[in-house]
Design a protein around this ligand. Structure first.
Ligand SMILES: NC(=O)c1ccc[n+]([C@@H]2O[C@H](COP(=O)([O-])OP(=O)(O)OC[C@H]3O[C@@H](n4cnc5c(N)ncnc54)[C@H](O)[C@@H]3O)[C@@H](O)[C@H]2O)c1
Ligand SMILES: O=P(O)(O)OC[C@H](O)CO
Length: 360
């Protein structure tokens, strides 16, 4: 007997929701995609193209778009939610009346909620209380996926059914899905790397070299994992696609919206001008504020994020900030090998010839 076609609902009409809809449909799922914009719905159903967010890519013709959320969610086994973090809870609340406990709910959003400091899967858990909750994160530029460039992602959930079903539904010849049980680490990786992508874009526009970019990315990884471990994540997750993988792509590619915001500022535009010119979501702008406040509250050292926050919101010139960071505390390379505190302690007990005036 032929296997029944799985029904997938995608909430969100932006670039990532559109790319994921097409993957699932390429894999034989019955896909319905919900969005607010009736004109875009019409265009997707007629031309199989999302002219607002991915104008140059052909979508799978079987994807059916709709503004009717109830109809989209009806009978769906898997629900993928690709809505920016600012609107995520509101959309989940609207959807709640049609969601069922047996459904698998997966956030694809790489952001943090402002008031609560919750990640999107925590919002899903809080709003539904359901068991099958997961996240997707990794080096996943939507336009490259839409172009069927070979890509990999991570599905993370404590629930094996969620991990397995997402792997079955989304894995195909151009999209490979790896599994993780560290939902918090994977989700934090996706959200935190946006901060450093802004910094990398800025550094590139200012003409900084490859050594600089490599230093920035590696120290970003140190900061991200330090923060995530303080939040209960597994540091090893940051060796994976949702950690170092996503950091590499977003800190290197002008296809990343966060990188583009940083680049525009490096060229002399204000933050407002850079965000307006983008016309899409760059989650890192909000994330850097939230993470710096949380890091100060729980005592986590994050000099790069704090430096970027001062550049974005206090008008400190990026070059001045970079010079300041170069003369910051002497630190450890990989603090899971040599703890930072040990390096600091050694400095306190070893007189510095330059500051003591001792002969070299
Ligand atoms: N684009 C990518 O390459 C990519 C890749 C991986 C993850 N993500 C993540 O996916 C999330 C969504 O990103 P995107 O790239 O699809 O964004 P986007 O800017 O391309 O589109 C956002 C979509 O959300 C919709 N939206 C915004 N507010 C809404 C509301 N109140 N109600 C209903 N719909 C609303 C917009 O209309 C639009 O359709 C982000 O958190 C992003 O970090 C994006
Ligand atoms: O365009 P960005 O900067 O939101 O990045 C998109 C994805 O997160 C890359 O993995």
């Amino acid at each position: 007997m032929a296997e029944q076609q799985i029904k997938v609902a995608v909430l969100g009409g932006g670039s990532f929701g559109t790319a994921l809809s097409s993957i699932a449909a390429d894999n034989g799922a019955q896909v319905r995609q919900w969005m607010r914009d009736a004109a875009l719905v019409e265009q997707i159903n007629r031309e199989h193209r999302n002219g607002r967010y991915l104008p140059d890519y052909a979508m799978n013709e079987a994807v059916h778009a709709s503004t009717d959320m109830q109809a989209v969610l009806e009978g769906a086994e898997l629900v993928l939610i690709a809505i920016p973090s600012k609107a995520f809870r509101q959309v989940v609340q609207s959807a709640r009346q049609w969601l069922r406990p047996e459904q698998i709910l997966v956030s694809t959003t790489k952001g943090i909620e402002s008031d609560s400091f919750m990640l999107m899967s925590q919002v899903l858990e809080q709003e539904t209380g359901f068991a099958h909750i997961g996240v997707i994160a990794g080096p996943n530029l939507a336009s490259e996926i839409a172009d069927k460039q070979l890509t990999a992602t991570v599905v993370a959930s404590a629930d094996a059914q969620t991990r397995t079903r997402v792997q079955q539904v989304l894995s195909c010849g151009y999209f490979r899905v790896y599994a993780s049980s560290d939902r918090h680490g994977v989700e934090l990786g996706g959200a935190l790397k946006n901060i450093y992508a802004i910094a990398a874009g800025m550094a590139a526009a200012l003409g900084m070299g490859e050594n600089t970019r490599s230093m920035l990315m590696t120290r970003a990884l140190a900061e991200m994992s330090r923060f995530a471990v303080a939040q209960g994540a597994n540091p090893m997750t940051f060796l994976g696609l949702a950690g170092v993988g996503d950091l590499i792509v977003t800190c290197s590619s002008s296809l990343s919206r966060n990188y583009r915001v940083g680049y525009a500022m490096g060229e002399g535009r204000t933050l407002e001008q850079a965000v307006e010119a983008l016309g899409q979501v760059a989650e890192g702008v909000n994330t850097v504020k939230l993470v710096c406040a949380k890091a100060a509250e729980i005592g986590v050292y994050m000099p790069l994020a704090e430096g970027l926050e001062r550049v974005l919101f206090q008008g400190v010139p990026a070059k001045q900030m970079a010079s300041g960071l170069m003369t910051g505390e002497q630190s450890s390379d990989v603090e899971f090998v040599l703890p930072r505190a040990e390096v600091q302690k050694a400095h306190r007990t070893t007189p510095d010839s330059q500051t003591t005036g001792d002969p070299q």
